[in-house]
Design a protein. Structure first.
Length: 180
């Protein structure tokens, strides 16, 4: 083998390695973009659920104590800082379940003019939170796995981005939703 052939083989190998590294870096970048989009969708779903819960609390359909409980949990979820958010959202989920799973809740809500529409919005908001959280946590898992690979760690392909964390809340839907 001549010197020019050896240089050509080395050159091709270097180009292939560079293309592979570039592809891995691009994939990691796309995963981070997907993660940010999933986080924004989760935040939007949580805000929408809080808005529907506040509307329900203010609707005068519930008794005053139940309205106050739901409004307080909603306020806490909306104003919680990043460290307390998971806990506050879980509290809102539990408060919402306590309200919706009351005896004859659906019947009382259906008897009001805006009741069926409010119930449909509530069903939709709760379902979107569940799916948004699952999608976000899936994106976190895939991104973490990509960041843990030896090439990404060795060459710092993720740069200085934070290691993504899962968003764990109690988002079980009310029992009356499951019965439908």
């Amino acid at each position: 083998m001549t010197t020019s052939m050896i240089l050509l083989v080395i050159g091709v190998a270097v180009v292939l390695v560079a293309v592979y590294i570039s592809w891995r870096a691009g994939r990691l970048d796309r995963l981070h973009i997907r993660l940010e989009s999933a986080r924004e969708a989760l935040d939007a779903a949580l805000v929408r659920r809080a808005a529907v819960c506040m509307e329900l609390a203010a609707s005068r359909i519930l008794d005053p104590a139940t309205s106050l409980l739901l409004a307080a949990a909603t306020h806490e979820a909306r104003t919680a800082g990043p460290e307390e958010r998971e806990h506050a959202e879980s509290d809102l989920s539990r408060a919402l379940r306590a309200v919706v799973d009351q005896e004859r809740f659906r019947e009382r809500l259906a008897e009001t003019p805006a009741g069926p529409e409010l119930m449909a919005e509530l069903d939709s908001a709760v379902t979107k939170v569940i799916y948004s959280r699952r999608f976000y946590n899936n994106a976190v898992g895939v991104t973490r796995q990509a960041q843990r690979r030896w090439l990404a760690r060795t060459l710092r392909l993720a740069g200085h981005t934070e290691y993504p964390s899962y968003f764990e809340i109690d988002d079980a839907e009310p029992a009356t939703f499951a019965e439908r």
